[in-house]
Design a protein around this ligand. Structure first.
Ligand SMILES: Cc1cc2nc3c(=O)[nH]c(=O)nc-3n(C[C@H](O)[C@H](O)[C@H](O)COP(=O)(O)OP(=O)(O)OC[C@H]3O[C@@H](n4cnc5c(N)ncnc54)[C@H](O)[C@@H]3O)c2cc1C
Length: 373
């Protein structure tokens, strides 16, 4: 039976496994991931600031994905809890660190190991669920205790996390800075959206320093590019994504350490290797772009595995973006099809709950963000 090996079980790896199991009944699928839960990380900006933000112990943040695989015969699906540590694309083997080191053979490899954030903040899954929960609890305590907090990087993660902390501790004497290396928060969006984000953050008491970044950090002191020095109890970097590709040979990676793929989501070097999601060499990395990447990758993979040709191209286009700012009524902003999104809509669709009600159905592959199962 041909072996499909999928590395990484999250927004792309889980639905890919189900699609292959349904469409290719003569193939076996092996899925490798460090945890057995999907982490609903879009809600991380609120969860990092506050325990019980969504439910007792924030349980809805972590949803088991294995039960949905009970639907397939045992000989066709295997899950290995572990981390890929080495890939040999010529020998077609992957070394995995599970409870011991094992070497897996494959016929087809799918890399969906995503990306992590700088400083290994729990904005993404950090190994097991227990490790991610522990990191969230540590951040909650540090945020609670800190008098001065600096968040550096004013993309959506920086703006959302700053908004959550500022709303939670409004009027309690915390000094909160958001450093923005560009001309204003949310540099990928239009001017009016960025201006709105800045105004809303300032209304919550945040000091937004534009065209400013950290140049040196030592002994709790942050030296900034504008010459200012801030004594910070806590610095949270919120910029940059690092693809999880340590195990991938260098020749397969681009200069951002993403897996080089063509417009069909197939490795440039090895036709039996595919990648999708945050790990792939695309410009836009989001849940909304992961879905069309997944659609192209799985359609092409299935067609090729059935002896056909690639059938679908992925277009690396800007996706809509809604950015809650603290979750208060009508707080937040965003951009959709070139238009600024009103705070009321952002609050209604995302700010109240960060879509956490979708975590379970996503883990069980009953739903895919912005697409069809
Ligand atoms: C704070 C935050 C909020 C966000 N909010 C939104 C939003 O509201 N809307 C939106 O569209 N996008 C959002 N995004 C982007 C979104 O989270 C990503 O695009 C999405 O997670 C990508 O999914 P993925 O399956 O490619 O990888 P990931 O979700 O990164 O998952 C990768 C999986 O692979 C596993 N893995 C890693 N290394 C290995 C290895 N060596 N071996 C085996 N398994 C491995 C990981 O543990 C993980 O389970 C947000 C991102 C952040 C950081």
């Amino acid at each position: 039976m041909p072996e499909i090996l999928i590395l990484g079980a999250s927004y792309t790896g889980i639905p890919a496994a189900h699609r292959f199991l349904r469409a290719l009944p003569d193939h076996k699928v092996t899925l490798v991931n460090p945890s057995t839960d999907l982490y609903w990380n879009p809600a991380a900006p609120r969860a990092i600031a506050k325990d019980h933000a969504f439910s007792e112990n924030n349980d809805g943040l972590f949803e088991p994905f294995l039960p949905a695989f009970d639907a397939y015969p045992k000989e066709r699906f295997e899950f290995i809890q572990g981390t890929a540590t080495a890939l040999d694309p010529v020998a077609k083997t992957v070394t995995v660190l599970a409870d011991r080191e094992i070497v897996l053979n494959y016929d087809h490899l799918v890399i969906t190991t995503g990306a992590r954030t700088i400083g290994d903040t729990p904005f993404k899954q950090l190994g097991t669920t227990e490790e991610t929960r522990k990191a969230l609890a540590e951040y909650q305590q540090k945020i609670q205790a800190a008098k001065t907090i600096v968040l550096s990087g004013a993309g959506p993660t920086g703006v959302e996390t700053t908004g959550e902390i500022a709303t939670l501790f409004k009027g309690q004497g915390k000094k909160i800075y958001l450093l923005d290396p560009s001309e204003g928060p949310l540099p990928m969006l239009k001017e009016s959206v960025r201006e709105e984000a800045r105004k809303q953050l300032e209304s919550l008491g945040v000091t937004v320093l534009m065209k400013t970044s950290v140049t040196k950090e030592a002994d709790g002191k942050l030296e900034l590019s504008n010459g200012q020095v801030i004594e910070a109890d806590l610095h949270i970097p919120t910029y940059g994504l690092i693809p999880n590709t340590k195990f991938v040979p260098k020749e397969m990676l681009d200069n951002t350490r993403s897996v080089k793929v063509d417009k069909h989501m197939r490795s440039i070097e090895y036709p039996n290797i595919w990648a999708a999601g945050d790990v792939a060499s695309v410009k836009i990395k989001s849940l909304l772009s992961a879905t069309p990447m997944l659609d192209a990758m799985t359609a092409n993979f299935i067609s090729v595995a059935q002896g056909g040709e690639v059938v679908k191209e992925y277009k690396d286009d800007m996706t809509p973006m809604v950015v809650p700012i603290g979750g208060g009524f009508a707080m937040g902003t965003g951009q959709m099809f070139g238009w600024r999104v009103l705070g009321l809509l952002v609050w209604l669709v995302k700010g109240r709950s960060y879509f956490i009600g979708k975590a379970k159905s996503t883990a069980l592959a009953k739903e895919i963000t912005g697409g069809k199962v």
